[in-house]
Design a protein around this ligand. Structure first.
Ligand SMILES: Nc1ncnc2c1ncn2[C@@H]1O[C@H](COP(=O)(O)OP(=O)(O)OP(=O)(O)O)[C@@H](O)[C@H]1O
Length: 328
């Protein structure tokens, strides 16, 4: 269910074209990228940290104009994948591509913006200094006042980073991903630690960027965030892509239904993925609710108040994750 856009005070980010030298064009696509519209790719990528297999044969294409949500439990490999996409780490095997070339290429990296999961901005620097310093690394940049307004940081230009609240620091960290007028932005859990209002403000800013043609890859633990923002969801578990498609389709892939009924002891029923009890109310999670109801009737067990509901994305995702055992 899409989150409705609140009446925000966001302004459209305008681009200052102070330096449109050759570098401005260098982050744009190669022939391959122009043909396929693929801005970033992972091809059969594996990444190990010692004994830990963080990514296990991941292939993923990010197309121009997409807003992709990476969803997965703690330790699934989401941050590792983002770090590979942005060239902070290299794959153990397989290939990463950014704008048709290597993410290790600094010129290509000028076309992206990144907010890592954790940022440690120097506490003694002022907001405007951090924004200007970051902007100086890009051939084009967003006007500082418009950027800060879009991220709810107006009036804080002269404030030292150490004097910002936790939420303001996080919003600044996210704003910095946009300062270089990127084509593609990677946001690793952008709204962690924000209250509801600040989170919605950030959603609006991300939506505005996307509406203007920007491409976004974000990870989130907030499922409502993925549902509210992303068009495409990639479910990652145990270092693998478990599902990839439009949100509705991913829910369909899981196909999980919640069959609730009031009753006593139930016999062993095939096709039940999970059973939950709340007093005498029993919830059965299944991919085939019709077959389950037929089995219940055939088993001749007394039950009442039968209810069948689709599951939330969270339930679908937990079910997919639980069904994907890790290879030895
Ligand atoms: N630098 C590292 N050294 C050793 N192991 C690491 C390192 N970074 C990540 N890992 C391990 O790799 C796996 C994937 O971690 P990653 O941070 O990519 O997952 P994640 O999906 O982003 O998790 P979270 O949602 O908790 O941030 C985990 O088992 C993690 O402990």
């Amino acid at each position: 269910m899409a989150e409705s856009t609140t009446g925000s005070t966001t302004t459209s980010i305008t681009t200052t074209t102070t330096s449109l030298g050759p570098a401005a064009g260098t982050a744009s696509g190669t022939g391959t990228e122009e043909r396929t519209g693929t801005l970033a790719r992972a091809v059969e990528v594996t990444r190990r940290y010692g004994d830990v297999l963080a990514l296990d044969g991941v292939s993923l294409d990010i197309h121009a104009g997409e807003l992709v949500g990476l969803l997965g439990p703690n330790g699934a490999g989401k941050s590792t994948l983002i770090n590979l996409f942005v060239g902070l780490r290299r794959p153990t095997s397989g290939r990463m591509e950014l704008f048709g070339g290597s993410p290790a290429d600094a010129v290509r990296r000028r076309g992206i913006g990144v907010t890592p999961q954790e940022t440690g901005l120097p506490p003694t620097l002022r907001v405007r200094e951090v924004v200007d310093f970051t902007a100086a690394h890009y051939p084009r940049s967003i006007e500082r006042g418009a950027l800060l307004e879009r991220f709810g940081l107006s009036g804080l230009e002269r404030r030292q980073i150490g004097g910002l609240s936790g939420g303001q620091k996080r919003r600044l960290a996210v704003a910095l991903a946009f300062v270089g007028d990127p084509r593609l932005v990677f946001l690793d859990e952008p709204t962690t630690g924000l209250d509801v209002e600040a989170r919605r403000g950030l959603w609006d800013a991300i939506r505005d960027f996307h509406a203007e043609g920007g491409t976004v890859v974000l990870t989130s633990h907030y499922l409502e965030e993925i549902e509210a923002l992303a068009e495409r969801v990639v479910v990652i578990g145990h270092g693998r892509v478990l599902a990839d498609g439009p949100i509705a389709e991913v829910q369909g892939i899981a196909g999980v239904r919640r069959v609730a009924l009031t009753g006593g002891d139930l016999p062993e029923l095939p096709g039940v993925l999970r059973t939950e009890r709340e007093g005498d109310r029993v919830h059965l999670l299944t991919t085939d609710a019709d077959a389950l109801v037929r089995r219940l009737v055939r088993a001749d067990v007394p039950f009442s108040d039968l209810e069948i509901r689709p599951t939330s994305l969270e339930e679908a995702f937990l079910t997919i994750t639980a069904r994907a055992p890790r290879d030895a």
